[in-house]
Design a protein around this ligand. Sequence first.
Ligand code: ATR
Length: 299
Amino acid sequence: MITAASRIAGLIAHPVGHSLSPLLQNTLAERTGLDFVYLPLEVRDPARLGEALRGAAAFGFAGMNVTVPYKEAVIPYLSGIDPWARKIGAVNTLTLTESGYEGSNTDLPGMKRFLDDAGISLRERAVVVLGAGGAAKAIAVLAGSMGAGSISLLNRTVERAEALKEELFRVCPGIPVTAAPVDSWKRAVPERSIVFQCTSVGMFPGTEEVLIEDDLFYRRAETGIDIVYTPSETVFLKKIRKAGGKGYSGLPMLVNQGILSFERWNGLTVPDEVRAEVCGVLRAELDRREGRSAAQRET
Ligand code: ATR
């Protein structure tokens, strides 16, 4: 229920239409009993981003999430950014302060929380990252910061993997990093790897697709984490599980980053039972979008 006193936050993106964040944030508001409302704030013209932010500050919007394509573009308009955001050069959360919007990145701590909850430690482990875009960069920086034993970057466009490797040398010096094209994975993927699937391959509607077909690859993976959450059971995860590994969908990471933003804007801690409830609400929404009943869900 929106009241005259509602605090306002929103999502800056383009396009914004398929985002789960409004459902996530408004469910959090409802379950925690806060007078808070979260709106889609589409900025269609990138040239008007600064104008949009000044307007939001003038209205006193408490906070904003930022996603594709503005996570980097927003930085020049902010009064400051936190260390995680600085490390990866991308911001996903803005919080209104006296001096303007402060930028932070809750994607990385959200991923870290997911790994901690699942009991997955990256320390001294062989980490494989599929992809070299923004999501891959965040995971690779997190892996480097958590003391991974090695990081292998595999990407269709090898130049992007090489550029990310150079950045990792700067941000997490001392961690051995290799960059390779996807089809030479055999040289780059050690036994018992922890594999992060950070490409958009396998995402709805291309749900039959997978970046690497060869079952041998999946036998080298002890754990596989797919940042794709539509569908919840990707071909990547099916192959990981079939080969005897543990597979995790990206939905809890999405929920965690949203909860961290919500906590920052509202100065509270979301209880674990609300976190679980919100995961359930989002899963049900994804099932609805994919035309599937909960009873048919495989995971
Ligand atoms: P994000 O910021 O969400 O990671 P992105 O920067 O567009 O998005 O990156 C998408 C990733 O998925 C990239 O690694 C991309 O590979 P390229 O760098 O070669 O483009 C990968 N990707 C997307 N579609 C792909 C496909 N059909 N086959 C292989 N890789 C694909």
